[in-house]
Design a protein around this ligand. Structure first.
Ligand code: HSE
Length: 331
């Protein structure tokens, strides 16, 4: 915990005023980017939005967009909701009594597709708590990364969701750290999103405990190269997105993803699994190459049983934001 947070408040100290409200906006993310397993991540211009009001007690959640309703794929609307849990985690960590929370979420990030929806939900909750705690306890950006990583387990999705752009995330004895970088303007993004979903837990269970030394060296070289390719030399993206640490091990759980990546790479495109999958991210070195990759995805979508949707996206450079909602405008 940072000095800004530690010991600043206890149960007899200041509390969040009932009626205080904040608005939060958090981007989707693509993690790993090929060789940068659990390390590299990119913020994308698809966003979840959230309004949270401090109430007397209890947790209420209204959801529209992705995850709304009560059927399959609906998100919980009680205290088990991931955004609410993340907000409550912050109050617990900073030692300030949690107010009741009324959440209204408008979600656009697809769930279970490797586009950072759980990381975005966690960052949304953490940023909402930060905003509600304004003037009560200072929650720094480093604290936001720390609290979000405590819930997510690894920092590669939450870092770009918080800071935007390209992020390198690592963990040392002080906790999660990050470096944010601007992506070269020649890089253009394509995300192919399938109808199928993938569980990150399942994907992680397919990873071996140990890997050959040669494979570790292989990924070291490619991930170092990838930082250069994304920031300075997009023409190196194809070589820089090779990986031997995770995609092969997980391929059996997402054969369509593997096949599409194979087809795109055979045509010279820097295609990788987005996060834990099953979406595919293409890091194109120019707009014409991106359109050609999109055509390959669309052609595959017409095959029986295939449901790929090609989305032309951009890098989100702002990251997650939180702002107060004036009391006259709060619901
Ligand atoms: N680095 C993570 C993984 C991203 O691939 O398992 C998904 O949470």
């Amino acid at each position: 915990m940072s000095d800004a947070v530690s010991g600043m408040a206890d149960a007899s100290g200041p509390v969040v005023p009932v009626g205080r409200a904040v608005r939060v906006r958090v981007p989707a993310t693509s993690a790993n980017l090929g060789p940068g397993f659990d390390t590299l991540g990119l913020a994308l211009n698809v966003h979840d939005e959230l309004e949270v009001t401090a109430t007397e007690s209890g947790v209420t959640v209204e959801v529209s967009g992705v995850g709304e309703g009560s059927g399959e794929g609906a998100v919980p609307t009680d205290e088990s909701n991931l955004v609410a849990r993340a907000a409550l985690h912050v109050f617990d960590r900073v030692g300030v009594p949690a107010p009741g929370l009324a959440l209204t979420a408008t979600n656009s990030i697809p769930h279970g597709r490797g586009l950072g929806s759980s990381g975005a939900a966690i960052v949304s909750g953490v940023l909402a708590a930060k905003g509600l705690l304004e003037g009560v306890v200072d929650v720094s950006d480093d604290d936001v990364l720390r609290f979000a990583t405590e819930l997510e387990g690894h920092p590669d999705n939450v870092a770009p969701a918080i800071f935007g752009g390209l992020t390198i995330a690592w963990v040392d004895e002080t906790g999660p750290r990050h470096k944010q970088l601007a992506v070269h303007r020649g890089v253009s993004l394509l995300v192919a999103v399938p109808e199928a979903t993938m569980s990150t837990k399942l994907a992680r269970s397919l990873q071996p405990e140990a890997v050959p030394h040669a494979d570790a060296v292989f990924n070291l070289s490619r991930s170092a190269l990838l930082v250069a390719a994304l920031t300075q030399s997009p023409e190196l993206l194809f070589d820089a997105t090779e990986d031997r640490l995770h995609q092969t091990y997980r391929a059996s759980a997402m054969p369509d993803t593997s096949a599409l990546i194979g087809e795109l790479r055979a045509a010279g495109h820097a295609a990788v699994v987005s996060g834990a999958g099953p979406s595919v991210l293409v890091l194109a070195s120019d707009p014409a190459a991106r359109l050609e990759a999109a055509r390959i995805v669309e052609e595959r979508s017409t095959a029986p049983g295939a449901g790929w949707h090609a989305r032309l996206l951009a890098v989100d450079i702002r990251g997650g934001t939180v702002e107060p909602i004036p009391s006259s405008a709060a619901a």
